[in-house]
Unconditional design. Structure first.
Lengths: 335, 249, 289
């Protein structure tokens, strides 16, 4: 009961903080779109973490599905419909179905091999977006669409001109997707994914058809990823091919590691840190790429468990111990 | 009718033949031990039965159905559970979770994105029962990876039991254990066999264990079937003695 | 039409030769250490810039050999300082590390040499066309293919006949056994890493004479090299060689008929290979999977 209580308390705090972003973010000099960006990339990172952290499968090409969601949504708004939700559904279907098809092709590969194959296939979509000028706008990106106000019969919400309303639109979808993921991970199906991550051989010899479950996890992850991509297109009213590139995949993976891949909320924290750091550093220096690279290197070498995965009390104790010992040595005391 | 019939199976890896033309029949309720000197092909033989890899030739029939071409995970769902010589568990989750996953998969819930109250209660009851049987109740919330070797082995057996198997395959259940741990696991196996009525095939190295436990023994040597019979018959078998003395450890 | 096809097939072969050099280096590192070296393209670019900088002092021919050696030394330092700490860990970490290094390389290269393309001039006699009819085949292109051929045969002879080479090959299949035979696996991996980077540096110098120098010049060769490895089969260097040449020629031929698809065709080839023969043309089942 008390474990449940802490859990509900934790969830309450997280959602309150998220709901109140439009109130407290400006106090720290943040602008509205920044909060929305954190949510969108946080959703992307959490989607990939369904596969990476909770199934133990290393996909390094997930930006492709992020990008497909974005292009699908953008193109639908541009060519097919004036309904924002309908356009999002188009984007999600495009990315999700592509993921389901490719997933079936690669699901028997593992480890580094899986990573390589996912990167390489991700690049296919990058090249399509890059080369198919007439449809996608090629290198210049996809323009000429705008998110449309939501229409609920008597009510409507102008998410195009009100960044705050758009933020809550994104937050609502974020909540739906994240809620679904959380629900799933606490279900028997979710536990089979954890089992596969922990020990694939054991999972197989418990009667779990491992390939099928990995495929399901991959596909689900791609669907959620395309939703994030679609929201990103709506946020910027723009989509460009670098969204599909493997460097984008790498950024999403580092967000996950930054926050902690074994923790459900870790990727959101990682995305927040990443987005804020990027925003801050790229306003200070033109060598943002070096800083980004350094973040990768430092994280991997020194903090592989991430912000939420780290044992903070222990880290503090160690740090305090080190400081105290140094203090003693400096003051000449014997240890 | 036999529960398990292995018919003349052979497994070759390139030019090396690890198992050569071995047959085995196991009746329901029987406890069979497969023994043999190091390199006799015991684990390979187990891997063939459990579907780790397919045999080069021969057939495996389980409960009247030819399962030679059936995948490992489907064999488990058909009622065949196994443990490994090097314990295979889910180290970073609790003992309870380890057993629960197994119970849920066995109950056919593996694709369920939710679990109802009724199913949940059934699963919980089964998990508690098995933890009690295997003596793990007090350690239910500990991470399996942190347990002592003997308890990890018991947890692996508990997971296999949660599958409600009709045939339990145990690969060297006492490997690497001290005297007390060996005694505990041996009594657990005996309890499963005598009281639970489980059909068990096990590979064992420790002769004391085997002669106390098994109804019948199958002796492999260099990939071939050397002898089969009751413990008394095997103890008196000249060929078996020669094989063991020739490979004395 | 025949000329056009010939032109593009030649082009494809030359590009394929680059893929081969790049992919062989990647493959060496992947096979022995299980590391996907994302920074490989960065090392390639560095090789080209290094040659550009030292060629005025030591001449083209010395730069051809010296630049790759310098880059290999840098590779050795990075392997010793960082990458070797991640061996045996989840491949995710080495992947992210080299990914970060790739960013740093690109940025540092840009900071030192600038973002705009620099020309790297090759000796006058090499830049002449072979004949009027086949104006597009310069001596330099023949020279490049020859150097690649020499480097690749050298590598294969080394791996087959030298003691170190035999150990590297054996380590690909069973590192534990190699280690238990008393081989210093740490040193073996470091050497092997440097060898892979040397090949990247060499590819960089050669590419520098053909294309203009840009900080991203290696990155664009990275993905096709992955494809070459997957098509050829992970674990087989001969497969990588075959894969590199195949996809080079395939994209060359596609350029004739459907230029826009020349990038994508190699991925289609990869999909087909994965469908029909999942372990690649010459790959071993189960390696690194």
């Amino acid at each position: 009961m008390s474990a449940n209580k802490t859990r509900y308390l934790k969830l309450g705090v997280i959602w309150l903080l998220l709901l109140a972003i439009p109130l407290w973010l400006p106090l720290f000099g943040g602008y509205q779109a920044l909060g929305t960006r954190v949510l969108v990339l946080g959703l992307a990172a959490m989607s990939l973490n369904l596969l990476l952290g909770f199934t133990g499968v290393l996909s390094f090409g997930h930006a492709a599905y992020f990008g497909l969601g974005a292009y699908g949504t953008g193109l639908a708004l541009k060519l097919l419909t004036h309904s924002t939700p309908l356009a999002l559904i188009c984007g999600v279907l495009l990315g999700g179905v592509a993921g389901a098809l490719l997933g079936a092709l690669i699901v028997r590969r593992r480890g580094v091999y899986f990573a390589m194959v996912t990167i390489a296939f991700g690049q296919v979509f990058y090249f399509i977006a890059f080369r198919w000028n007439t449809l996608t706008g090629g290198d210049d990106g996809l323009r000429g669409f705008e998110r449309q106000p939501l229409d609920f019969g008597p009510w409507s919400a102008d998410i195009l001109h009100s960044p705050t309303l758009f933020f809550y639109f994104v937050l609502a979808l974020f909540a739906l997707a994240v809620g679904a993921m959380g629900f799933l991970l606490r279900s028997p199906f979710g536990r089979t994914l954890l089992a596969i991550r922990e020990n694939e051989r054991r999972a197989r010899f418990l009667g779990i058809p491992v390939e099928m479950h990995i495929w399901l996890s991959f596909t689900l992850s791609c669907f959620f990823m395309s939703l994030a991509g679609g929201l990103n297109a709506l946020l910027n009213n723009f989509a460009d091919p670098t969204m599909l590139n493997y460097t984008q995949s790498g950024e999403i993976v580092i967000m996950i590691v930054l926050g902690g891949m074994r923790s459900f909320w870790g990727p959101l924290v990682g995305a927040a840190v990443f987005v804020l750091l990027q925003d801050y550093l790229s306003s200070l220096t033109t060598n943002w790429m070096s800083f980004l690279g350094a973040i990768f290197v430092v994280m991997v070498l020194f903090f592989p468990r991430g912000v939420l995965g780290m044992n903070w009390p222990e880290a503090f104790r160690t740090l305090r111990g080190v400081l105290r010992r140094r203090g003693r040595q400096e003051s000449g005391e014997l240890p | 009718m036999n529960l398990l019939e292995v018919r003349n199976v052979t497994k070759s890896f390139g030019s090396l033949t690890a198992v050569s033309g071995v047959s085995l029949n196991v009746a329901p309720g029987e406890l069979r031990a497969v023994i043999g000197p190091n390199g006799a092909g015991k684990t390979t033989f187990f891997n063939l039965i459990s579907g780790f890899f397919p045999p080069t030739s021969g057939a495996i029939v389980f409960d009247g159905r030819d399962i030679t071409a059936v995948s490992a995970s489907a064999r488990v769902r058909n009622g065949m559970a196994r443990t490994f010589q090097i314990t295979e568990i889910f180290p970073e989750v609790s003992v309870y979770e380890n057993v629960r996953v197994a119970a849920e998969v066995a109950a056919g819930l593996r694709l369920r994105p939710w679990i109802g109250r009724r199913h949940g209660a059934e699963i919980a009851r089964l998990v508690d029962e098995i933890l009690d049987l295997t003596g793990l109740t007090s350690k239910a919330s500990r991470l399996v990876g942190e347990l002592a070797h003997g308890d990890q082995r018991a947890a692996e057996i508990a997971m296999s039991l949660a599958l409600k198997p009709r045939l339990l395959l145990l690969d060297e259940p006492t490997a690497g254990m001290g005297d007390q741990e060996t005694y505990d696991i041996t009594s657990l196996i005996r309890k499963l066999h005598r009281k639970g009525g489980h059909t068990i095939v096990l590979i064992e190295h420790d002769m004391r264990v085997v002669f106390h436990l098994a109804d019948r023994l199958t002796v492999l040597d260099q990939g071939c079937l050397l002898a089969e019979g009751t413990p008394q018959e095997i103890a008196a078998n000249a060929a078996v003695q020669a094989a063991y003395l020739g490979n004395s450890e | 039409m025949t000329d056009l096809i010939l032109f593009n097939v030649t082009n494809g072969l030359i590009i394929g030769a680059f893929y081969v050099l790049m992919a062989l280096g990647l493959s060496l590192i992947l096979n022995l250490s299980g590391v996907i070296n994302f920074a490989h393209g960065g090392f390639l670019a560095l090789g080209a810039y290094m040659a550009y900088t030292i060629a005025p002092y030591v001449g083209f021919w010395a730069a051809l050999l010296l630049a790759p050696i310098l880059v290999a030394l840098l590779g050795l330092v990075i392997e010793r300082l960082m990458i070797h700490r991640l061996y045996g860990r989840d491949p995710l970490y080495s992947l992210l590390l080299t990914f970060g290094l790739a960013f740093i390389f690109e940025d540092v290269t840009r900071a030192i040499w600038g973002a705009t393309g620099l020309p790297f001039s090759v000796p006058e006699y090499l830049s002449q066309p072979v004949s009027d009819k086949f104006f597009f085949i310069t001596y330099y292109r023949l020279f490049m293919v020859a150097v690649v051929a020499v480097a690749v045969s050298g590598l294969f002879l080394f791996l087959r006949f030298s003691r170190l080479g035999v150990r590297i090959r054996a380590g690909t299949f069973d590192l534990d056994t190699v280690s238990s035979l008393g081989v210093n696996v740490r040193a073996l991996r470091s050497f092997n890493f440097a060898l892979g980077i040397f090949l990247a540096g060499l590819a960089g110098v050669l590419a520098g004479g053909q294309l203009s120098l840009e900080p991203t010049m290696g990155t664009s060769l990275l993905m096709p090299s992955f494809v070459a490895i997957i098509v050829g089969g992970v674990g087989s260097l001969t497969g990588t060689l075959l894969g590199g040449l195949l996809i080079g020629i395939a994209s060359g031929i596609t350029t004739v008929f459907w230029p826009a698809a020349s990038d994508a065709v190699i991925y289609v080839m990869m999909a087909v290979v994965l469908l029909i023969r999942p372990r690649g043309l010459l790959g071993e089942e189960g390696l690194l999977s």
